[in-house]
Design a protein around this ligand. Structure first.
Ligand code: AMP
Ligand code: ZN
Length: 114
């Protein structure tokens, strides 16, 4: 369910501070500590799943929730001109934190990356 060595599990547990943008029973969204864009949030499941490569049919509803939250959050955070969604998976996908997360980025360009 959770991994005691995982930084995002620690954020979920409140052991590491974060700037939260949304929370419910299944999901947490918080602002990325090194934003690429004026608005850059990470949407994560509360369940520890290391990577998108590890999901199965039992996670379909959860994945739907993550994707469905993105446009709602962007609207709430005042993003009106489009946004990017990104999931990095595994070493070649440049995944750094091994707790599944979706980047959602928006706001006026230029951005520092992306
Ligand atoms: P990825 O390369 O997709 O695994 O990206 C991991 C993301 O997590 C990076 O954009 C980091 O800036 C972000 N990150 C790492 N630690 C924290 C933290 N404590 N709070 C917020 N964002 C974080
Ligand atoms: Zn975790």
């Amino acid at each position: 369910m959770s991994d005691p060595n995982c930084i995002f599990c620690k954020i979920i547990a409140g052991q590491i501070p974060s700037k939260k943008a949304f929370e419910d029973e299944h999901l947490l969204a918080f602002h990325d500590i090194k934003p690429w864009a004026p608005v850059h949030v990470l949407i994560i499941p509360k369940l520890h799943i290391a990577s998108l490569a590890d999901i199965g049919p039992e996670h379909e509803a959860l994945m739907g929730r993550m994707l469905g939250l993105a446009p709602r959050l962007m609207r709430e955070l005042g993003v009106t001109n489009g946004f990017r969604t990104l999931i990095n998976s595994g070493p070649d996908g440049r995944q750094e934190v091994y707790h599944l997360h979706m980047h959602v980025m928006g706001g006026p360009r230029p951005w520092s990356q992306g």
